[in-house]
Ligand binder design. Sequence first.
Ligand code: IMP
Length: 206
Amino acid sequence: MGTRLKLLIASANRGKVSEYRALLEGVDCDLVSIEDVGISGDLDESGSTYEENARFKAVTCAARLGLVTLADDSGLEVEALGGEPGVHSARYAGEHATDAQRISYLLKKLDGVPPERRGARFVCVIAIATPEGDVTCCRGECAGCIASEPRGDRGFGYDPVFLLPELGLTMAELPPEVKNRLSHRGKAGAVAREVLKQFIDGGRSR
Ligand code: IMP
């Protein structure tokens, strides 16, 4: 029997790391964050697609630290804005803006846009890379629309204005386990769970 798999979650976003802890519960591995391994600051995300960014982060961290690594890239795509902010979601209102500033910037851009034209989706691509450079990607999407004002204090990022019309609630009003079931990250994470289980069952634990 090999040793237990140590899986690095390559994200400095604490909201995301805690969602991955929940999403990967029951997978037979020990999760470490980049803070645990002493890397600080954001990882480079200068690619033009979610997949490119997720792959780059996973492959570079896996090679640098010698650990199987999960990285993701995600974003919000708003129909009335031609898919913006997309891969630029984290820096939409400037490099050092807060979540609240990003939300108010988005709401200003959508000023006067009626509810039926406020459709949006969250997208998440997860890449899992080995130190040898093997990579698997999983994608998840969640459809909704942009509310006229923020509601709720859970989650992170654009959650307070991302409305799930069938529930009449924003992502920030959902208990974490419900968000994890419905969200883009939850859907990509469900596929990632299976990839990791096969990886572990395949005896590649290190
Ligand atoms: P990145 O994946 O770290 O590049 O971050 C993408 C950005 O998209 C985040 O900083 C958030 O602003 C936004 N985002 C991604 N996933 C979520 C989510 O689950 N809820 C709210 N905002 C999100």
